[in-house]
Design a protein around this ligand. Structure first.
Ligand code: ZN
Length: 302
């Protein structure tokens, strides 16, 4: 399972986003679809793991009858190899509200952390009026990672409701926007942008701001100027920076190897989509700034 739910706050977290929570492995984690106890695996980023961060159900525990979370996992797996159709079933527990943890307010409840206790409240509240009446705790997720995976893997579910702070639109379809080659300057409304990464460009990880060049931009007869994402990671924790750098490097190294092999075999070239929620710079519309680790994600194209 990619996500777990903190029992005391009812917030869903992607396992890859919990590395900065205090005592993350001691929190009372539950399945996002039922009350079965789960625990995070390969989540802390301190060592190299063969598998990416995920949640496992406790031995001797079972999902409740109507949980359905395993169905979502199976469908996402299927979605990696072919398009999901409505006949494959309709997964419940789709995230419909996104919130972002403040980078500086992860504070254990006084006196609890030292005793190995649980964190009681660490996540911001949902935007006013946005909570659906039914099982709301099952629909709120931290950061854009999970909703990007859902968007990527479930093309037929794009009419489902979705609220992302700062974004215009109310469904998966309206909130995501693929960036293309444009013919002139225009301002793009607040969206989660999707765009291929120009993965053969060299990246300088030593800079206070990381520049990532994208496969779209302004094309004229004379020149091509590409969109770029500037990741401002100065306020991120050391661990957040290291994990993001490792994540990016690993994904891009694999792509470069796949690229070499594809060129040799004259096969289709691999590609990877970057998803980000960023601010378009006023002085240069081709540049977006992203300042939060929960606002950027990378997924190889199917
Ligand atoms: Zn369950």
């Amino acid at each position: 399972m990619e996500e777990g739910r903190i029992y005391s706050t009812n917030d869903n977290w992607h396992a890859a986003d919990i590395y900065d929570l205090n005592n993350a492995d001691q929190l009372d984690w539950r399945c996002v679809g039922c009350d079965a106890s789960v625990f995070p695996v390969a989540w802390d980023g301190l060592r190299k793991y063969k598998k990416s961060a995920h949640f496992k159900i406790h031995p001797r525990t079972r999902h409740e009858n109507l949980c359905g979370i395993e169905q979502v996992e199976t469908l996402l797996e299927t979605g990696r190899s072919r398009e999901i159709k409505s006949t494959d079933g309709f997964p419940d527990h789709l995230p419909s509200i996104v919130s972002f943890r403040s980078l500086t307010t992860i504070v254990p409840v006084e006196g609890e952390a030292s005793k190995g206790g649980k964190l009681k409240s660490i996540a911001p509240t949902a935007p006013a009026g946005s909570l659906p009446s039914r099982a709301s705790h099952r629909c709120q997720t931290q950061g854009i990672r999970r909703i990007c995976e859902i968007y990527h893997g479930f093309p037929h579910l794009r009419g489902e409701p979705l609220r992302v702070p700062g974004c215009t639109g109310e469904t998966y379809r309206e909130i995501f926007k693929r960036l293309g080659n444009t013919e002139g300057p225009f301002r793009i409304q607040n969206k989660i942008h999707v765009v291929g990464v120009r993965y053969r460009s060299k990246m300088d990880y030593a800079q206070p701001e990381l520049r990532i060049e994208l496969n779209a931009g302004l094309k004229t007869e004379d020149e091509t100027r590409r969109y770029q994402v500037v990741v401002d990671w100065r306020e991120w924790s050391e661990r957040a920076r290291t994990l993001f750098k490792n994540f990016l490097e690993e994904k891009l190294n694999i792509l470069q190897e796949q690229y070499q092999a594809a060129v040799k075999q004259k096969a289709p070239l691999p590609s990877v989509d970057m998803y980000f929620l960023g601010e378009q710079c006023a002085e240069d519309f081709l540049t977006f700034r992203v300042d939060h680790p929960q606002k950027i994600h990378l997924i190889p194209r199917l």
